[in-house]
Design a protein around this ligand. Structure first.
Ligand code: NAD
Length: 505
């Protein structure tokens, strides 16, 4: 065990102690509360031991949080953008101060390797700084001129909003959704995933410490079917932003129908990475490995389908097999670890079930395919590569959400496009070719919200982020986020010269 690993374990133990000795509660109207006393147990995927008890949000808890968000809305909306900017930048500073704690707690809660989680706090702070700086101009609209009228548009925050987040990168995703909502002038009720509640609690603490006014930020823990459901039904909540599974998006759309909520969904994917014969072999190989095996493959934009052109297939797959075999699986706090344990035993069992499904459907399990028993009771899966697959197999069609890659061969550009698009999903796609004309053609033809050409997933906060088909509705990033969290009002002013229609004179 390296020194750094030992130190990480010790520090994480210290940070986690408080969650073991008291119930992780909700944050409502500026107060931490355990609600009605009902709790559920939060386990770590490292060894299934408990990290403590968490308040199980009830309908009453959610109602209280929504009422707090509603009561705080007018003051927050009316706070000048420049002041919101200052406050949210201050909040980002506070995140950075607690970066180590956030990373260690998050790794133990969700199983993501510390090498990736180290950057989580910094990215979370960057999300806040980016949107904070845009707060002063969030309300700016357009001037649309006509001969005898001038139209101008105003934007104003839609109201209290519900933010529902998943367990895969809980801290980063919560900041990604909450930062633009607050910068726009909305108040929020956050419902974090029941499997990973700890970093949401830290965020609420930071909000209080940073001086975000009471009621502007509320957090309610609990299960999707109870607290999540109530949040999507509450009349005070004007919009719901969900990051989660496609099926959850459908539920939420139904639940929010009665109160006509505006919805923004970032959902699942089965994203293709298309590697042509003329690709830069080494860079493509690095990116293919990174985009499915980093973050335990629990990543919405992971490239879980490799479409490989027949001319380089043998050489590429052989190199890939070697790399996948060498991936270092282990404890998430070991700085050497590249792949950690999957978030929960239920999800682990789901991922493991695809090993048999792949074999039954006729794919080859070229690497992995089993549990890493040598690593103890944690949810450790051997990084897995399926080859000789076709796009009709379940491992090519269903989102597995683990360190599992399905390789499919193609001959022509047309075939690559057809296979890439033969899916219910459309979140992201990756294209590797040195032929720029072909890259441009595919950029138009491949059905996805986001395409990366000769790159792994590179993040740019002003760019639109989101999916098509079953992968989502709406876009985040830059001004796209403000469009969701704000209403646009058109004001039409006459110049006093046009002819007003005359009736009944
Ligand atoms: P999930 O859909 O099971 O849960 C997400 C959240 O929704 C949780 O907080 C959950 O409690 C809540 N929820 C569940 N049912 C609900 C209901 N009926 N009403 C209200 N809330 C409800 O997703 P997960 O398993 O936590 O996360 C993994 C999924 O998230 C994957 O499908 C992944 O692709 C997706 N994801 C998408 C993106 C993206 O940007 N497109 C990013 C990360 C994760």
């Amino acid at each position: 065990m390296s020194n750094e690993f030992e130190q990480n374990l010790e520090k994480a133990g210290n940070y986690l102690q408080r969650f073991q000795s008291t119930v992780t509660g909700h944050f409502i109207g500026g107060e931490f509360t355990a609600g009605n006393g009902k709790t559920f147990s939060n386990t770590t995927p490292v060894d299934q031991s408990t990290l403590g008890e968490v308040a199980e949000g009830s309908v009453d808890d959610v109602d209280a949080a929504c009422e707090a968000a509603e009561a705080a809305f007018a003051n927050w909306r009316d706070m000048p953008g420049a002041e919101r900017k200052k406050l949210l930048n201050h909040f980002a500073d506070k995140i950075v101060e607690r970066a180590e704690e956030i990373a260690l707690v998050e790794s133990m809660d969700c199983g993501q390797a510390i090498r990736f989680m180290k950057a989580a706090a910094v990215r979370g702070a960057a999300n806040f700084r980016f949107f904070a700086d845009k707060a002063p101009e969030a309300g700016d609209g357009q001037a649309l001129l006509q001969a005898e009228h001038t139209n101008y548009t105003l934007r104003y925050p839609i109201g209290p909003v519900g933010i529902i987040t998943p367990w895969n990168t809980p801290f980063m995703l919560a900041t990604w959704k909450i930062a633009p909502a607050l910068a726009a002038g909305c108040t929020i009720v956050h419902k974090p995933a029941e499997l990973t509640p700890l970093s949401a609690y830290l965020l609420a603490e930071i909000a209080k410490d940073a001086g975000i006014p009471d009621g502007v930020w509320n957090t309610v823990n609990g299960f999707g079917e109870v607290s999540g459901k109530r949040l999507t039904e509450h009349p005070a909540i004007k919009a719901v932003a969900l990051v989660g599974e496609s099926a959850t998006g459908s539920h939420i759309m139904r639940q929010g129908a009665e109160t006509l909520k505006r919805m923004h969904f970032e959902l699942g994917g089965k994203n293709p990475v298309i590697v042509f014969d003329d690709a830069d072999f080494d860079r493509a190989l690095d990116a293919v490995v990174f985009m499915i095996y980093s973050l335990n493959g629990q990543r919405c934009t992971s490239s879980s389908r490799l479409l490989i052109q027949s001319g380089i297939r043998e050489r590429f797959v052989a190199a890939l097999e070697e790399r996948v075999r060498k991936l270092r699986v282990g404890h998430p706090l070991d700085p050497q670890t590249e792949v950690g344990p999957l978030v929960h035993s239920g999800h682990f069992n789901k991922v493991m079930s695809y090993m048999d499904i792949a074999r039954q459907d006729g794919a080859t399990v070229a690497v992995g395919g089993q549990r890493r028993d040598d690593l103890g009771a944690g949810n450790y899966v051997a990084p897995t590569l399926f080859t000789n697959a076709d796009n009709n197999m379940r491992v090519a069609r269903e989102e597995i959400f683990g360190p599992v890659l399905t390789a499919i061969s193609f001959d022509t550009e047309e075939q690559a496009v057809a296979i890439a698009n033969d899916t219910d999903y459309g979140l992201s796609a990756y294209i590797w070719t040195e032929n720029s004309g072909r890259a441009m053609r595919l950029a138009r033809q491949v059905e996805a919200g986001m395409l990366w050409i000769n790159s792994e997933n590179n993040r740019n906060l002003p760019s639109p982020f989101g999916g098509v088909k079953m992968s989502g509705i709406g876009r985040d990033g830059g001004d796209y986020s403000f469009d969701f969290y704000m209403e646009t009002k058109n004001v039409c002013v006459a110049h006093g010269t046009h002819k007003v229609p005359v009736l009944g004179r």
